[in-house]
Design a binder for this molecule. Structure first.
Ligand code: AHM
Ligand code: MG
Length: 298
C-alpha cells in the first residue's frame, strides 16, 4: 500500500517531475522534426531494433530525471535494468521514451509514456501518470491522485497551456483493435465484430499513445491488445505502457482490465492489480469507458 505523503509534498514533487517531462518533451520533439525514422544496429531488452530517435529520447529523459532529487530510480523500455539516481528519493519512474517509433517513417504521431510510483514499480504504488503525444502540436496528458480527471496541456510555441480536463462518458463510439487479427481467439473476434455491428467505428493508427488519447478526447470507446496465438501474454509492457494508461483511464472515469480466455473460462483481472515478475513483462490489455469494458468482460 502507498503511504501517501502530505499532499503538499506530493504536489511539489509531481510539479518538478511534470516540469521536467514538459521540458524533455520539447527536446524530443526537436529530434523528431529532424528525423526520418532511421534505425540503429542495436536491439533493446525486448528484442526490438532501436531507432536513433529511441536512443536519443531515452538519453534526454535520463538526463532530465538525474536533476530531480526526489526521483530514486528510473527504468526505461530501452534499458534492460533500472537505474538508481538518488538513494534518498521517494519515486520510481518507468517510461517508454518513444512509443510507436516504427511509425515515424510513415510520419504518424508517436508518444512518450510515464508511470510515477511512490516506492517500487508496483501498480498499487502509482501516484501519477503522463503521456506525451507528438503530433501537430506537442500535447501532454497528466493524471495524479491529487485530482480527478486527466489534465490535457498543449504547447503553443512558447509555453504549455491547460486545454481541458479529459473525462470518459459511460459509453463511446470508437474501436481500436490491436494485434494480428488472424491470431485473435474466437471470443475476442466475436466481441469486436459485435461492436462494429452495433455502429462502432475503427480508429487504430498503431500508436498506443495517439490511439488512447483519441478515445479520451472523444469521450469513450475501446482499445484492445488481446492475447493472441503468437503472443499469449500480449505485446504491451506492464510497466512502461499498460500501468500508466490503466491509471489514466481510471482517473478519467473508465476501466482497464486484462482478459485471459482458457477453454473453460474467461479470467478478467483489473490491470492495476497485476504484479510483474520482470521489468519488461507484457500483458493482454483492454482500456475503455465503463460500458465497453463491462461488455468485453462478460
Ligand atoms: P513499441 O513500444 O515497440 O513502439 O510498440 C508498442 C506499439 C504500441 O504503440 C501499439 O499499440 C502497438 O505497438 C501496435 O502493435 P501492432 O502493430 O501489433 O498492432
Ligand atoms: Mg512502447
Amino acid at each position: 500500500m502507498v503511504e501517501l505523503h502530505t499532499n503538499a509534498t506530493l504536489e511539489k514533487d509531481l510539479d518538478s517531475i511534470f516540469t521536467s517531462i514538459q521540458e524533455a518533451s520539447l527536446k524530443i520533439y526537436t529530434i523528431l522534426q529532424k528525423s526520418l525514422g532511421e534505425y540503429t544496429q542495436n536491439t533493446n531488452a525486448t528484442g526490438d531494433t532501436q531507432l536513433q530517435a529511441d536512443v536519443q529520447a531515452d538519453l534526454i529523459l535520463q538526463e532530465a530525471f538525474k536533476n530531480i532529487p526526489c526521483v530514486q530510480q528510473i527504468c526505461s523500455e530501452e534499458q534492460e535494468k533500472s537505474i538508481l539516481l538518488h538513494k534518498e528519493g521517494l519515486y520510481s519512474i518507468a517510461y517508454d521514451p518513444l512509443d510507436g517509433s516504427s511509425l515515424m517513417g510513415a510520419n504518424l504521431s508517436v508518444g512518450s509514456i510515464f508511470g510515477i510510483y511512490q516506492g517500487d514499480f508496483l501498480p498499487q504504488n502509482l501516484v501519477a501518470s503522463a503521456y506525451v503525444v507528438y503530433g501537430m502540436v506537442v500535447g501532454i496528458g497528466f493524471a495524479s491522485l491529487l485530482k480527478e480527471g486527466v489534465e490535457y496541456f498543449a504547447y503553443d510555441g512558447k509555453e504549455f497551456h491547460l486545454q481541458k480536463c479529459l473525462r470518459l462518458l459511460e459509453k463511446g463510439k470508437l474501436n481500436a483493435t490491436g494485434g494480428t487479427q488472424k491470431n485473435w481467439d474466437k471470443a475476442h473476434k466475436e466481441n469486436i465484430e459485435s461492436l462494429f455491428n452495433a455502429g462502432y467505428r475503427l480508429r487504430y493508427s498503431g500508436g498506443m499513445v495517439p490511439d488512447l488519447h483519441h478515445i479520451l478526447v472523444k469521450g469513450g470507446g475501446l482499445f484492445s491488445y488481446p492475447a493472441t496465438s503468437d503472443a499469449p501474454k500480449g505485446k504491451l509492457r506492464m510497466l512502461f505502457e499498460v500501468f500508466p494508461f490503466a491509471f489514466i483511464f481510471k482517473r478519467a472515469g473508465g476501466k482497464a482490465v486484462s482478459i485471459q480466455q482458457t477453454q473453460e473460462e474467461k479470467i478478467v483481472t483489473p490491470l492495476l492489480t497485476l504484479t510483474p515478475k520482470h521489468l519488461h513483462d507484457t500483458t493482454p490489455c483492454f482500456f475503455g469507458s465503463n460500458w465497453e469494458i463491462d461488455f468485453v468482460s462478460k
